[in-house]
Design a binder for this molecule. Structure first.
Ligand code: SF4
Length: 313
């Protein structure tokens, strides 16, 4: 039986894609290690997946672009992919969190994917998300490196397209005993650098919270109605106030010492930096990335200076 590969440009409930018989592929997850330099770009994330899809270097049967409530660069680059002949569906989150609107979007998506055929996959994924939450807690307690935890948590957007293999990947994570002296929350879109968490850890900064990957493991639901009622709280698609209120509680719970706000060149989320700085009462280091690859030397120096500053407080 042919299983359709469904490309995703941001968070789309993967439980619905698996339940419809598709294999989700988060087109962002291959970018940090790709070392690709796109020819024509604003944000490198969308430019790279657009180029790889249009040139068929990345093979998918169809693409779901998260348009409303997330990223306007993706909306435009997604249309270029659609014009190249790949069937493309545009998915919109409600800015006001209206569950009925989101439910209608999820029904539209399910229709695009041919309808639900394997409802049992939804429970299987909910169980895997519980394991993801345990990893998140162990990392926060210094029993798993932040690099290993991040690699698993970021993969919850598509569960690497194979639930059984992904469960084995989770089970293979080794426990350690890590000093968590400088407890850092990494907020914003994920860094485009493939070694960022390991670099931060080697410089004495233990990342105990990854904002976007945490969204991937905390939303769930047993059917379309429940999925709509829960995913409507996906913070990146909601007003900034809503997201900051959520962050305030989460950062307090995790007893963080400081925040790294990662921003991406030419991404509108950069504009949020001043509000984040004024509303979150922690030392904040804002860094910016552009192209994929290893963490640049200049950013390593800034991380080191940030650690020294935290240790002086
Ligand atoms: S970094 Fe910003 S502009 Fe780039 S894909 Fe993410 S949300 Fe869109």
């Amino acid at each position: 039986m042919h299983v359709s590969k469904i490309g995703l440009t941001a968070l789309v409930p993967p439980e619905l894609i698996f339940a419809c018989g598709g294999e989700p592929v988060d087109v962002n997850n291959i970018i940090p290690a790709s070392k690709k330099y796109p020819r024509n770009k604003l944000c490198a994330w969308t430019a790279i997946w657009k180029e790889m899809l249009v040139e068929r270097e990345l093979s998918v049967d169809s693409l779901i672009v998260v348009a409303g409530g997330d990223c306007h660069n993706a909306l435009v680059d997604g249309q270029k992919v659609a014009m190249s002949g790949i069937p493309t569906h545009f998915f919109f989150y409600p800015f006001d969190g209206d569950p009925e609107y989101l439910e209608s979007q999820l029904y539209g998506l399910s229709g695009f994917l041919g309808g639900i055929k394997f409802p049992e996959k939804i429970k299987q994924i909910n169980d895997l998300k519980k394991l993801g939450q345990k990893i998140d807690i162990k990392r926060s307690r210094g029993r798993i490196t932040s690099g290993e935890a991040f690699n698993i948590l970021i993969s919850f957007s598509d569960l690497r397209g194979n639930l059984e293999e992904f469960q084995k990947n989770i089970a293979s994570i080794k426990e350690h005993s890590i000093k968590t002296g400088n407890r850092i929350a990494l907020i914003g879109v994920p860094p485009i650098f493939c070694d960022f968490h390991d670099v931060a850890q080697s410089l004495g900064l233990h990342i105990v919270f990854d904002e976007l990957p945490y969204e991937f493991i905390r939303h769930r639901g047993a059917n379309i109605r429940e999925i709509a009622c829960d995913y409507r709280e996906y913070t990146f698609a909601r007003p900034l106030d809503f997201r900051i209120n959520f962050l305030q509680k989460e950062l307090e719970k995790r007893k963080v010492d400081g925040i790294i706000h990662y921003t991406q060149f030419a991404c509108h989320h950069m504009l949020e930096d001043e509000i984040i700085r004024s509303r979150l009462d922690y030392p904040v280091l804002t860094i910016q990335g552009d192209l994929p690859g290893n963490t640049p030397q200049q950013i390593k120096l800034r991380l080191e200076a940030f650690r020294e500053m935290l240790e002086r407080l």
